[in-house]
Design a protein around this ligand. Sequence first.
Ligand code: SF4
Length: 243
Amino acid sequence: MKPSKIEWTETTWNPSTGCTKISTGCANCYAETMSRRLKAMGMEKYRNGFNLTCHYSDLELPYSWKKPRMIFVNSMSDLFHEEMPFDFIKAVFNVMNNCPHHTFQILTKRADILERYYTLLNWTTNIWMGVTVENSHVTYRIDSLRKVPAFIKFLSIEPMISAIPEMNLFDIDWIIVGGESGPKSRPIKEEWVIDIKNQCQENQIPFFFKQWGGKNKKASGKLLQGKKYCQMPNLLQVDSLSF
Ligand code: SF4
């Protein structure tokens, strides 16, 4: 198992792959580019490219990982995609429920489907649920998330493509912010990020600033006003607690 390059997790588990674009944040989807590349390289798992595909044979993978891991579920898909069979979502939850030694992080843009199904799922405390909020037009996703009885409820503000002032952050446990990277990346403004950091501070929410992004994300780095912000919920790992 390879460690993930995603800064806020340890490894990824993709029981499904593929997706379809549903909002502005999807314009330069990394998973789409990567899926097409892996298909071109002849990887069997990606034979369907970016079309939604359930991989029943990968369902049991977390059982084979004996050491506790922070696992991002479906970095290459969306578990709450409208074409995802509900039985498959239940099967994924069943594995998570049976692996209390791991922590699972799920992220979706389909907050409406999450809202439709959440009462039918078993939210053991090792499951963290997040929604992507890339701009101020999709803050309604936070209201859907708030209803879910997940142990940790988080927001991924990535790629951040507008200011998102005055969010209702009641019952939100963690916020990740990041700029878009790659050749077509849309710009992020420092004042937008500082505003989110301040909203986190006012609401006592851990704040994780992942990156500025841009054409050369390594060069632009992840310092905000000269500081790294890698706060995690539950004080599991805190790089800087003082805002
Ligand atoms: S929801 Fe996520 S995986 Fe699906 S197209 Fe949008 S960015 Fe890509």
